[in-house]
Design a protein around this ligand. Structure first.
Ligand code: NAG
Ligand code: NAG
Length: 189
């Protein structure tokens, strides 16, 4: 599936029409991005958009920086906030709510946030990111990434001494015939 997020009117329509019984059913939606550099992690990664907060991608970014937040949990002021302005932040789960992290990145001028699980060895469990109980909102897209994928991206950047990766997002995988081959080799489907 190569959708880049359903339009808001369609989401409301679906939510409105689904019978109560279906509420427990998970309708998994994926959004893809490709790392362009560094080359050793030049793969197409699969993320899941937050369920009930944050925005959708209205633009495709051919090249934008993915900047690991410092500190990684991004629950307060950031040391590298200037790098995040106008770019996308890679954040780690934990310490505060998904929504709080998203708002912090938004306040720093981030275009979107990718929140990786803090279970570094987890290569299979996508967490459904939902609102906290504060009635706050966020406008930028928030995506969840597997712990293993987040770890591998961070590790590669550390090894290369790089402050960010360059990515394309979102990627329409239905237009890439070899998409399956371009997924990270450490992820098994
Ligand atoms: C990943 O997390 C899920 C949910 O917590 C768990 O069921 C699964 O066993 C974990 N997998 C690994 C490889 O740790
Ligand atoms: C994705 O690519 C397919 C095949 O090229 C195309 O038919 C489809 O319209 C594209 N979807 C989007 C959202 O761009």
């Amino acid at each position: 599936m190569g959708r880049t997020g359903w339009p808001g009117w369609l989401q409301s329509f679906l939510c409105f029409c689904l019978p109560p019984l279906a509420q427990g059913l998970r309708i998994q939606e994926y959004l893809y991005f490709q790392v362009l550099s560094p080359r050793d992690i030049q793969y197409i990664f699969t993320a899941t958009p937050a369920k009930d907060f944050g925005g959708v991608f209205n633009t495709r970014y051919e090249q934008i920086y993915l900047v690991p937040a410092d500190p990684p949990e991004a629950c307060g002021a950031l040391n590298n906030g200037v790098f995040i302005d106008g770019q996308i932040a890679l954040v780690e789960r934990g310490g505060c709510s998904f929504l709080s992290k998203t708002r912090i990145i938004q306040e720093h001028g981030g275009r979107a946030v990718i929140i990786a699980d803090n279970a570094y060895d987890n290569d299979s469990s996508y967490v459904e990111m939902i609102q906290d109980s504060t009635r706050r909102t966020a406008d930028i897209p928030a995506l969840f990434l597997l712990g293993r994928d987040g770890y591998m991206i961070r590790r590669s950047l550390e090894q290369h001494g790089l402050p960010w990766a360059v990515i394309s997002i979102p990627v329409n995988v239905t237009s890439i015939p070899t998409y399956e081959l371009m997924q990270p080799p450490w992820t098994f489907w």
